[in-house]
Design a protein around this ligand. Structure first.
Ligand code: ADP
Length: 272
């Protein structure tokens, strides 16, 4: 399908791109063994900005999110969060790894939601949500429970607090996973194909929850999705990846309606 007339509005309040970025990739390189997946990758995400990564399978999008979450080891370059180095810094012209304690302290401000939900199966919905606020942030249980219940209401699952994840649909499990990420009051939320594992009829409710977060918070979001209409609605900027490089980027209207590269055009017609 060719790019169509835009029927939705692009987010209006564009975050300021001056000042310290929420996320900065500087000369990032990622190798898996002998395979280089990302090379000389440079980009920034402004505080409050919502950036969607699109591109063919294998182009490195998930790896980028996993590097920010420190689930993958950075093999070259630097990532900064709020201007501070995340895993490595430069000292006397040399690249040195930061103490794991420093890195861990920074990742508490980053939340991630995965394609496969990754809830703790042996815990109830409520226990899933309060686990990290209590054990990582040191919150009192009563406060964590109160906040978790409010978050469950927000994602439309107030009635499910005492269920185990296996009793919920995939869409409900994913909404719990979103509530769990929000319970850590993240400054940055990473969303990795969060609707890809869901039956089509369950996708809408999950996207609705994410739209609500986009509308009501100023959380910086970096997302990978194949839901192009959703990307168009919530993103301030879309980055098209190919072979670990940014092929082109721009506001969704520009990128979807007037892509500059043939590669982007053929990718968009394959997914829209
Ligand atoms: P995308 O999200 O764009 O589909 P990925 O970031 O998942 O791409 O993967 C980029 C490349 O890195 C792919 O070629 C993939 O096979 C490779 N890759 C990802 N994770 C690993 C891993 N743990 N070990 C080896 N190769 C990996």
């Amino acid at each position: 399908m060719p790019p169509t007339e835009n029927t939705s509005s692009t987010p209006t309040a564009n975050p300021s791109t001056s000042g310290t970025p929420a996320i900065e990739f500087k000369d990032v390189e990622k190798r898996f063994g002998k395979t280089t997946v990302l090379k000389d990758l440079n980009f920034t995400v402004a505080p409050g900005e919502r950036v969607t990564l699109i591109g063919p399978s294998g182009s490195g999008k998930t790896t980028i999110l996993r590097l920010v979450m420190t689930l993958e080891e950075l093999t070259g370059g630097y990532i900064f969060v709020d201007g501070k180095p995340l895993t490595h810094t430069e000292k006397n012209g040399k690249r040195v790894e930061l103490p794991s304690k420093t890195t861990r302290a920074m990742t508490t401000r980053i939340g991630m939601v995965f394609q496969q939900f990754n809830l703790f199966p042996n815990m109830t919905v409520l226990e899933n949500i309060i686990e990290a606020p209590i054990h990582v942030l040191g919150k009192a249980k009563s406060e964590a429970v109160k906040e978790a219940k409010a978050l469950l209401d927000k994602v439309g699952l107030g009635e499910k607090a005492d269920e185990h994840p296996s009793r919920l649909s995939g869409g409900q499990q994913q909404r719990v996973a979103i509530a769990r990420a929000l319970a850590m009051s993240p400054e940055i939320l990473l969303l990795d194909e969060v609707t890809s594992a869901l039956d089509p009829e369950l996708v809408g409710d999950v996207l609705e929850v994410l739209r609500d977060i986009a509308d009501t918070t100023d959380i910086t979001m970096l997302l990978v999705t194949h839901e192009m209409q959703f990307a168009r609605e919530v993103s301030h900027r879309v980055m098209m990846f190919d072979g670990g490089q940014v092929l082109e980027e721009g506001p969704p209207d520009q990128l979807f309606n007037n892509p500059q590269h043939e590669r982007t055009r053929s990718f968009l017609s394959s997914v829209q």
